[in-house]
Design a protein around this ligand. Sequence first.
Ligand code: APR
Length: 235
Amino acid sequence: MTTNKKCLVALTGAGISAESGFKTFRDSGGLWEEYSVEDVASIEGWYRNPKLMTDFYNDLRTQLEKAQPNDGHKILAELEEYFDVRIITQNVDNLHERAGSTNVLHLHGELTKARAVNNENKIIDIGYRNMSYDEKDSDGELLRPHIVWFGEAVPAITEAARLVRSADIFAVIGSSLVVYPAAGLVHDLRSNTESFLIDPKEVQVPAWLNFRVIREVASKGVAIMRDELLKEIKG
Ligand code: APR
């Protein structure tokens, strides 16, 4: 169905879920201060110690069941009334969906899903329950969390780049833009795309991209962006 609404693409990172109680990765006190990335978020780590990695994602999944979307997630969902909103998220939580967003593309997988170790397209919903590290599906195939780990391809990146190229409005919300290929998506922007960057800290982006920087936490920054965008529409 085509709409005459402008296409608003949001690239979100861990920062948008910080106010929902989730640690980010690279802030002080972040997850990568507590865990070594190699041990809990790499394909080598999985083969080295699948139980440690399974427990890591079990803990995050348990936290997710209790977490709630914050205004950052909710306002993006509400903007679907005025824009064709497409979320590209690096996050593995389901807070965008639970806030009501209907177009969410997960670049790095989803906590509430598992997949066959030997078939990345064989994906099952597991909700918020724990997995065991040697869990098998009904066909006897070994399962793993449906997460894209360091050292693995990001199958959704092609679709994500297509979305960014189609964006009339683009927003980076809560990402340090240091992990590729996600961070490289800003280079797919058309030069006339109205772009926002919402983050309480400075994030390095190429100066020629001319982002409207909103130096706020997501719940406040997304509200400011919404007010500016609606003023443009309503005059
Ligand atoms: N609101 C908005 N942004 C915030 C908030 C907040 N309340 N708190 C922190 N931030 C910002 C930080 O300033 C930082 O720029 O969110 C960003 C978080 O950056 P990272 O921790 O690097 O998270 P992210 O960019 O999502 O990491 C990308 O790295 O480890 C991998 O797969 C993992 O998807 C993740 C990827």
